[in-house]
Structures are given as C-alpha cells and as structure tokens.
Write a protein that binds this ligand. Structure first.
Ligand code: ZN
Length: 153
C-alpha cells in the first residue's frame, strides 16, 4: 500500500528509532498512562510543571512507529510551553489529523505537519493522537488512564 508507506516519512522513522525525551522524570509532578487498544500503543507520560509552564516532559512505553514518533515530537514541541500554548497546539494537531482542518494554523505546527497524512487512515489517527489526548487529560487534572476507545477521539 503506497499511501500507507507515505505515512512513514523519514522523520517518523527517525523519531521511532531515536525518540526524544524517552525516559522517566523521577520528580515528575504528573504521571499519566495512555492506551490505544486498537493498536496496542501504551505510553506513560511524565510532566514536571513549574506553575503553568511545562518545564519538562517525557515518556516511556511501547507502540507502533506512528505513536512513538508522535509522542516523541509532541514532547519536543511541548517543552517550555504554558498550559494555554499547549492546549492551542493540541487543538491544532487534533484538528489536522482528524481532517477537520479549516481553522488549523499549519505554520504553528511546524514539523508536526508530517502527521497530516494520517487523516486518511482512521485507525492510525488514534496512534498519532494518543499522546496528545493523554497530555490534554493530564493538563485538565485527570489522573486515571486515557484510552482511545471512546468515540470522541
Ligand atoms: Zn499504533
């Protein structure tokens, strides 16, 4: 399937091979688990907040190349952001991968645009969005596991 191969652009492969921020934060202020039962992607997200700033963010776990690359790139993009900036980026990314992208600020997404192609593959959208929903839930104060099983994701 050539279209599917297009998803695996070099940047995704690189992040899958050498993910950024793939470690545990020992003094994390928030820890939250994210799970995508459809594919088996399973992450643990760690946040070190300084007021409303994401001072540090990291993850551990396992999953397919798309979920791992998306989580890696998300942590790189979110580090140093305020909660408000993080939520804005979440909204842009969510809109882009779900194909509801009329109002998406694609310039703000930068290299995250490599995930735009997943909108053609509904099952893959959950792989790409897992880490983002997990972060969003953590920033809203949720502590229980985030699953992509619900209809809203
Ligand atoms: Zn996956």
């Amino acid at each position: 399937m050539s279209e599917l191969n297009e998803l695996y652009q070099q940047v995704i492969l690189d992040h899958n091979k050498s993910p950024k921020n793939f470690r545990k934060i020992e003094n994390a202020t928030k820890e939250i688990e994210g799970y995508n039962p459809l594919c088996g992607d399973h992450i643990m997200l760690y946040l070190l907040m300084d007021g409303d700033v994401i001072k540090d963010i990291s993850f551990t776990g396992s999953g397919c190349a798309i979920s791992k690359a998306s989580t890696s790139m998300m942590t790189a993009a979110m580090k140093g952001k305020t909660i408000e900036e993080a939520e804005k980026l979440f909204e842009n990314f969510h809109a882009m991968v779900s194909g509801d992208d009329n109002d998406v600020d694609k310039n703000a997404l930068g290299s995250l645009k490599v995930f735009e192609g997943v909108k053609e593959f509904p099952a893959r959208v959950k792989c790409a969005i897992l880490a983002w929903h997990t972060l969003h839930a953590a920033l809203e104060g949720q502590e229980e596991m985030v699953s992509t099983e619900g209809d809203e994701i």
